[in-house]
Design a protein. Structure first.
Length: 244
């Protein structure tokens, strides 16, 4: 019960910390802004490309939709990661060690929040964008498949960065993980899954399969297990760093 009260108290603190930071406020709104940008910007850009270069962007709708589906977990995970770094810098994590809440309990709190926010944010971005593809059930499943990326990003920053300055550098360097799924789109179907060594690939394939009207069970299961194992390893490292 004491741990539950501690967790309940952390919610308003997290919300205030995120809203108080201008950068984090923009990051929280980014999935909505991207969805609106695609909805309003894609039609004129598509018409211009077709008239100027005779290129149709319709065949790239699944690629764009898959990008939107993983945007929310990437951004919301980074927000939580920066909050963890900030709270470690100001001694909050050390103070929590004398409360009934363990480092693992605190991390679980951090995992559940961004996952839920990512499902909502990813679904909203896809609905706002209005890209032809899977309907509401498929979009919801794609958002759920991408949600585990949020705790992976959230734990990645405090697991390997000592402070927010290092966190900024690390998140920029880790942006390379967004490239394998984009490259995979342009390779033959039979060799795409070689890119599955990158955790960000599997939620993207889930969207592609759903957009094509095929079963997404295999990438959904493999991706959930793979990203789940990644989160577990990052959680272990986070605990070691927090104790140290």
């Amino acid at each position: 019960m004491k741990a539950a009260r501690v967790l309940k108290a952390l919610g308003p603190i997290d919300a205030l910390s995120a809203v108080r930071d201008p950068m984090l406020r923009w990051m929280l709104a980014m999935p909505v802004l991207l969805g609106l940008a695609v909805r309003w910007g894609l039609p004129p850009v598509g018409r211009w490309l077709e008239l100027r270069f005779q290129v149709s962007i319709a065949e790239y709708y699944p690629l764009l939709g898959s990008f939107l589906s993983v945007t929310a977990p990437t951004i919301y995970g980074a927000v939580i990661g920066f909050l963890l770094l900030e709270q470690r810098d100001d001694g909050t994590l050390t103070a929590l060690q004398v409360t009934p809440l363990t480092a693992r309990g605190y991390a679980v709190w951090r995992i559940a929040g961004p996952m839920l926010g990512s499902v909502v944010g990813g679904l909203v971005a896809l609905r706002l964008a209005g890209i032809p593809g899977p309907g509401f059930p498929g979009q919801l499943l794609a958002a759920v498949a991408a949600a585990p990326l949020a705790p992976a990003w959230a734990l990645f920053l405090p697991a390997f960065a000592a402070n927010k300055v290092q966190g900024f550098a690390l998140i920029k360097a880790a942006g390379v993980l967004n490239w394998p799924p984009l490259i995979a789109w342009f390779v033959p179907m039979g060799t795409r899954r070689l890119f599955g060594l990158c955790p960000t690939y599997w939620p993207v394939e889930v969207y592609w399969e759903l957009a094509a009207g095929r079963s997404a069970l295999l990438p959904l299961v493999v991706g959930s297990l793979y990203i789940g194992a990644t989160v577990f390893l990052l959680l272990r490292r986070f605990e070691r760093v927090s104790r140290g």
